[in-house]
Design a protein around this ligand. Structure first.
Ligand SMILES: NC(=O)c1ccc[n+]([C@@H]2O[C@H](COP(=O)([O-])OP(=O)(O)OC[C@H]3O[C@@H](n4cnc5c(N)ncnc54)[C@H](OP(=O)(O)O)[C@@H]3O)[C@@H](O)[C@H]2O)c1
Length: 316
């Protein structure tokens, strides 16, 4: 995949060797408007040649090394998709380097969240504003925090290719079972990873970046989600309900699809995460309701509905 560039700006996708970052790098390469580099901790020649952009090896522990990498590659924009599982240090160092770099002006932090982060956790986007190492006014690193809902791809099958692995919660489509948090009447926002990449590429075209960028792939209740999955599979699912009290006690119905995560992450930690997510759903926190969305700014981006996604993934 070769990018035909029409501007001299270089966009760096940190963590673009897999997952969302790889999808964004692929979309940027097809878009063809920017030079693109992928920042990674390591080079593996057999894998690197399959990447959609040139790989630049960086040391996230070394701000000087990161700054030089940004300046040497004339990076104007950094899209950070690092997923360091609990450690924010690599991203914080990259933010510091972007602030130091004479060529770098804009930064998208690795948020891409399903709920409005600032209300629950210290936003990584805020780290940029709070640190203020680069001064104030025009000198500050321009940034936008992206909120996209849950990754729809977590509910796919190998029939619909994605760079993101399966990670279904509450609806186990492969095994025709579901465990609805609460009544199942609360809505969640889900967006296909390819659609997230499309919006992120278009954000680069905006002259002024909003502090927060929201976009919505689809919005469905868990109840309707299960109905759509049943229709795609052509069979009724076995359904259980996990009450608020059960979830508060860390109890979740153990669906067969959780076994893989139990094996990797540990059963208790996984159940805690899923119980917490169930409580967020009951509290309507995964039903993003922003004042405005990038869907309105870019009406030509037609996002994939969950119904279509499930049909393409599961209807045979
Ligand atoms: N809304 C949702 O439902 C949802 C779901 C999942 C993820 N997310 C968010 O989406 C973003 C991307 O997630 P993802 O699942 O696509 O990521 P991922 O594929 O798990 O990882 C992305 C990259 O992170 C880099 N990385 C991992 N550990 C690192 C470390 N210790 N230091 C530096 N780099 C490290 C790796 O790059 P190298 O090995 O090449 O260095 C890897 O390619 C994250 O912000 C995540 O929180 C959102």
């Amino acid at each position: 995949m070769t990018a035909t560039t029409t501007t001299n700006t270089t966009v760096a996708v940190a963590g673009g060797t897999k997952g969302l970052g790889l999808t964004i790098a692929e979309a940027l390469a097809i878009h063809g408007k920017h030079n693109v580099v992928i920042l990674s901790r390591k080079s593996t020649p057999s894998l690197d040649e399959k990447l959609p952009a040139r790989l630049v090896v960086v040391d996230y522990d070394n701000v000087q090394n990161l700054t030089e990498a940004l300046e040497e590659n004339k990076v104007s924009d950094v899209i950070c998709t690092i997923n360091a599982y609990g450690s924010s240090l690599p991203e914080r160092n990259l933010i510091r380097a972007a602030e130091n770099s004479s060529t770098t002006k804009r930064f998208i932090p690795s948020i891409f969240a399903g709920f409005a982060y600032p209300t629950k956790l210290v936003s990584r986007g805020r780290q940029i504003q709070n640190r203020g190492a680069r001064g104030t006014g025009e000198d500050i690193l321009i940034h936008t925090a992206v909120y996209n809902g849950m990754f729809m791809d977590f509910y796919g099958s190998p029939l619909l290719k994605s760079n993101v692995g399966f990670f279904p919660m509450f609806v186990d489509i492969a095994n025709n079972v579901a465990a609805k948090p609460g009544s199942g009447d609360q809505a969640v926002v889900l967006t296909r990873v390819l659609d997230i990449a499309r919006f992120v590429v278009r954000i680069l075209d905006l002259a002024v970046w909003p502090k927060e960028s929201y976009f919505i792939g689809d919005r469905v209740t868990i109840h309707d989600f299960v109905n759509m999955a049943e229709e795609a599979r052509g069979t009724k699912f076995r359904i259980t309900y996990d009450s608020k009290e059960e979830l508060e006690a860390g109890q979740v119905t153990e669906l067969p699809c959780y076994e893989t995560t139990f094996a990797v992450v540990g059963k208790e930690m996984t159940k805690q995460l899923f119980a917490q997510t169930g409580l967020w759903i009951i509290g309507n926190e995964l039903d993003l309701r922003p004042v405005s969305t990038l869907n309105e700014t870019f009406p030509d981006i037609k996002t994939m509905t969950l119904r279509r996604f499930l049909e393409l993934s599961w209807k045979v």
